[in-house]
Write a protein that binds this ligand. Sequence first.
Ligand code: AMP
Ligand code: GLY
Length: 419
Amino acid sequence: MNILLLGSGGREHAFAWKITQSPLCQQLYIAPGNAGTRQHGNNVALSPNDFEAIQDFCKEKNIAMIVVGPEEPLVRGIYDFFEDSTIQVVGPSQMGAQLEGSKAFAKEFMAEMGIPTAAYQEFTVKNLEAGYDFIDAQKPPIVLKADGLAAGKGVLILEDKEQAKKELQLMLGGKFGVASTKVVIEEFLDGIEFSVFVLTDGKSYKTLPIAKDYKRIGEGDTGLNTGGMGAVSPVPFVDKVLMQKVEERVIKPTIEGLQKRNINYKGFVFIGLIRVKGEPYVIEYNCRMGDPETEVVLPRLQSDLVELFQALEDGNLDDFTIEIDQRAATTVMLVSGGYPQQYQKGKTMQGLDKTLHSLLFHAGTKILEDQSIVTNGGRVLAVTSYGSNFKDALKTSYQNAKFIEFEGKYYRKDIGFDL
Ligand code: AMP
Ligand code: GLY
């Protein structure tokens, strides 16, 4: 079949790499893609949010399956747009995507299903004063979350109550646009984070390799939040006992909750978790795969991904077993100097052909007419490697990270430091 993959990051390059390993995939198109996805199919200049244009393209190219990388098209309802057509969309319905699209929806869903998460309340301008009182009643740090999608920037963690009140007022006043017309304030959870990925048809599910990403720009997990600076899979501290708790207390009730609410969900659930005193709590849901977690999860998945996607539609996911590579995989993200604040694009990249024993997943890259590759985003390239354990894998990623050159290149040298 012909497949259309939406998105342009490292996650999508990893998807393109994996999808084209399937004998079921005839032709892959990536919209809009990057210099890396081009190695696996045709990049097409389409916006992932322009459903009409995507529909026309699908007719023209006889596309049978659309794989959605980022959250925005899902939250905008791409699944529902194609629901009556013969084209399969891998991803949840608009209602299902609310797990990521609205923090208030997700919290309420978890409360109903008894899924462990931080205690919370939600506020709008109408009960701002109550918000101040709630902050006064908390023990800092105070966690403020914009309800809607805010490009990963909508969570603020503040040590000072007065600062938190000021930020609450700013958020409700439109700091993150409509995304923060509602704000969730929640209890701060102190622990270590990890990510669980589930592929589901809304009834049965398969758990993919566990991963941990490193979100802060600075070493030792300091500085501003980024989209993700590196990732490791598996995660040594996530043992059988912890995973069993996650399965019983989080994954199963999540799938049951979808069924209970009659929510159509045929895609990935990304569950961001935190371990506090040995117990798992949900920090957030995403309705898509993580980036850069995908760059370590898919390399460890030996099963045919397209076959699994088809099973979502056919309703026989239960008949499949997930084969996992027992090796560890790690990725180190090379980013543009200045990211996640101001940075420059268009820097010529060199040394991509010098690396050995790593998979290079392009994130923000572009190919020019003269065939040179230049940077085209904050996160530029993920260097993924295998190893008998995460330390071995990281050694290879770091060796190869040195070979790739572009002006302003930065990467964290301490991925996995806390494991
Ligand atoms: P989110 O966008 O919900 O993933 O939040 C971004 C980051 O903020 C998370 O990855 C955590 O590191 C942190 N965070 C979110 N909620 C909490 C919480 N309740 N307690 C502690 N840290 C949190
Ligand atoms: N790496 C975190 C995310 O994809 O949301």
